[in-house]
Design a binder for this molecule. Sequence first.
Ligand code: FES
Ligand code: FES
Length: 161
Amino acid sequence: MSRRDISLTVNGKALSGAAEPRMTLLDFLRDVLGLSGTHMGCEHGVCGACTVIHEGQPVRSCLMLAVQAERQSIETIEGLAGEDGSLSVLQDAFRDAHGLQCGYCTPGMLMSAEALLRENTSPTDENIREAIGGNICRCTGYTQIIDSIRLAAERLRETSS
Ligand code: FES
Ligand code: FES
């Protein structure tokens, strides 16, 4: 099937690559742009491992076509850390509060949590549960993940006050 060039902004940088019309955004990010930090799980919208931020909103990149991202903004896990590799406040909180074990769900969890914290600096546990409700973790347990996001929110509030 014929490919066409897709131009988009990924983590603030203008990028482009060739995609077939039916290529998912997930495959495009991983296989064409080489951004393999976004994980592939179920590939049909259930697990949330593939979550990225599209125009400010968390989306499942396995359910979106690459062509739908043309001239749009996508943020992936690779964009969370600083240029020097320093962890973001959110990533650091996951480390400190033991929010991960195998790490397979973690990029998707982090992107869902990142989108939440940008909109809500004081989320309740219920808000957090809702935000990560579409992200499945098979090993850590959700308690530590919720603790991690709550801790990140506290630290972000401290640094902005
Ligand atoms: S890989 Fe996209 S939701 Fe599971
Ligand atoms: S940390 Fe292993 S799936 Fe969540």
